[in-house]
Write a protein that binds this ligand. Structure first.
Ligand SMILES: [Zn+2]
Ligand SMILES: [Zn+2]
Ligand SMILES: [Zn+2]
Ligand SMILES: [Zn+2]
Length: 585
């Protein structure tokens, strides 16, 4: 098939389907998409609340539990243990397919009839306040995480230990306020670093130790703002900075941002890759237009995948030994050939249009099933009947499509309509990446829900906390602190206090949600722009950065073009691979 340009059903702009895309759609037997990659991604993200827990009444015990779902949701919510037990059987909700009504309409009814597990979490030890989690021990308010111990306020991370306030990390220990950092130890306020230890406020550094405020360094130690120091002078200068003090730290943050902006940024962040495009790609092969992918092969239009994903398109969150995934949200741990499915894991294969199914195969339009095969709308069929009915339903989906409230049409091959989501826009992953105001969201046709205002009596204003960590006593754990930004109440936990002391860090002045927003303010969105290298010959286009070496294009403007997640209006100086590598020290 040749390249083809189509008009997106949702945003009405043109998007291109490449010949290799056609080959993939052919392989998994679906028609090419009718929404552009970005609209498809946001549509999936509208079904994922990654970072909030809501108080809920457990249907089985009447007790309060924490759930990923807002209390207003129309579904019954069971606690994890009961939901996974044999005390109830999702097969009891089975029903015949009705050929007089669209598939999606019937699926929505089943979806909201079958009880939901309160949150997506398995194998937890002393980690009650988590969601999107597997194999966690002693973790607190952690989300979308696997194989972690003693972490707090960390999201989108794997194989972490003893870390606080981090997002998108892998294999790190004792990290604080970091993003996109791998294999590092004692990194603080650092981004896009790899194999670093004892670094502060650094970005795009590899194999560095004892560096402060540095960028683009390789295997250096005792550097401050990219200048070498003796060991003694390095520590003496850090001492002068007074890093345990909140006030000093705030001053330094401004300097760091200015310094970082004066040095080039590589157009994409990636390591150990072969033929990739997108951003934050590690150990990838043929990974394209994707964001935050580790160990991926032949992956396209996907986000936040790790630990081995092959031959998959439009897959958002997780992975772990999965393949042939298409239009899937939150799945992994040995899944294959899964399409149009949400929160279904582990070990599923040949599943379509399903929600919260586990260890099953050959399901179509099912909700909450465990260890089942050949089911449609939660009803058991023989193998032969299953395949015959599946074919008939697919034909029916194409002949009698569903039309949503915005007039968009859904045939076989389309993910779920946004109006099926239990979440308001501001509760979802879509808002984490593309924050909107209430007005903007409503104008775009999204649901918005004002957060529940549970007023807690605060005992201390964040502004009045001791400036330096050395002056903080254990009684701080009893205080209810008023966030200096959103004015909501927050507390400190003892693991956290111990961490700040060990790492010489002042107490935070804002709540964990405000910290997340601040930390991710400058992170790139999973959205790509065609741009030209900003190397103008001997210096950067904006004249701020003077090249340290001469480049292959000599004094001419570099003509290299690339796809980057740095939007054209961003302040960062963005260089192509060649120009960036020429400036690495
Ligand atoms: Zn679109
Ligand atoms: Zn706050
Ligand atoms: Zn260049
Ligand atoms: Zn150049």
């Amino acid at each position: 098939m040749n390249q083809e340009t189509k008009t997106c059903q949702n945003c009405k702009t043109g998007f291109t389907i490449e010949p290799e895309d056609f080959a993939f759609y052919e392989k998994i037997k679906v028609l090419p998409p009718t929404w552009c990659p970005e609209c498809r991604m946001i549509r999936r993200m509208l079904f994922e609340n990654e970072r909030q827990l809501f108080r809920h009444k457990d249907e089985t015990t009447g007790k309060d539990i924490f759930s990923e779902f807002p209390p207003q949701v129309r579904a019954k919510i069971y606690n994890d243990e009961y939901w996974q037990s044999d005390a109830w059987d999702p097969i009891d909700y089975g029903r015949d397919y009705d050929f007089s009504r669209p598939f999606f309409e019937q699926f929505r009814e089943l979806m909201y009839d079958v009880p939901w597990v309160s949150r997506s979490a398995r194998n937890l030890v002393n980690s009650d306040y988590v969601h999107g989690a597997s194999n966690l021990k002693d973790c607190y308010l952690c989300f979308n995480m696997g194989n972690c111990e003693r972490c707090a306020y960390v999201s989108d991370a794997n194989n972490m230990k003893d870390s606080v306030d981090c997002t998108t990390l892998d294999r790190d220990e004792f990290c604080y306020e970091c993003t996109n950092t791998i294999d590092s130890y004692q990194a603080r306020f650092s981004h896009r670093c790899e194999k670093c230890h004892d670094v502060w406020f650094s970005r795009d550094c590899v194999g560095c130790s004892n560096c402060f405020g540095c960028a683009n360094l390789r295997s250096r130690q005792y550097y401050i703002f990219n200048r070498p120091y003796s060991r003694e002078d390095y520590f003496a200068t850090l001492e002068q900075f007074g890093l345990g003090s909140h006030q000093s730290l705030e001053e330094i943050k401004k300097q760091v941002r200015q310094f970082s902006l004066s040095l080039p940024h590589k157009f994409m962040s990636g390591t150990h890759n072969i033929n990739v495009s997108g951003d934050i790609i590690a150990s990838g092969k043929n990974v394209h237009e994707s964001y935050n992918i580790t160990d991926g092969e032949n992956v396209r239009y996907s986000q936040s995948l790790a630990m081995g994903v092959k031959d998959s398109y439009d897959f958002t969150v997780w992975g772990q030994h999965s393949e042939l995934m298409y239009e899937v949200l939150v799945s992994g741990d040995g899944c294959s050939n899964v399409k149009f499915t949400m929160d279904s894991w582990p070990a599923n294969h040949d599943i379509e249009y399903s929600f919260k199914c586990m260890s099953s195969n050959n399901l179509f339009g099912c909700v909450g099933l465990r260890k089942k095969s050949y089911c449609i709308f939660n009803k058991q069929y023989s193998k032969e009947d299953y395949f015959a009915l599946r074919e008939k339903i697919i034909r029916h989906m194409n002949e009698t499509p569903f039309t949503d409230t915005e007039g968009r049409v859904y045939r076989y091959g389309e993910f779920f309509p946004p109006e099926f989501s239990p979440f308001a826009y501001n509760e979802t992953l879509a808002n984490d990446f593309f924050p909107l105001t209430k007005e903007e969201a409503v104008n775009k046709g999204y649901v918005w829900r004002d957060p529940e205002t549970r007023e807690f009596q605060t005992t201390v204003d964040a502004q009045n906390l001791p400036d330096h960590i050395k002056d903080v006593g254990d009684d701080i754990l009893k205080e209810v602190i008023k966030c200096a930004s959103c004015a909501k109440a927050f507390r400190l936990i003892s693991m956290e206090l111990e961490f700040y002391r060990r790492m010489t860090l002042p107490l935070p002045r804002v709540c964990h949600n405000c910290r997340f927003i601040e930390r991710t303010k400058y992170r790139n969105q999973p959205k790509f722009y065609s741009r030209t290298c900003q190397c103008a010959g001997t210096k950067s286009e904006n004249g701020i950065y003077q090249n340290q070496t001469s480049h292959v294009h000599a004094t001419d403007h570099c003509s290299n073009e690339f796809e980057t997640s740095y939007a054209p209006d961003r302040k960062e100086i963005v260089y192509c691979e060649e120009c960036y590598q020429s400036e690495i020290v």
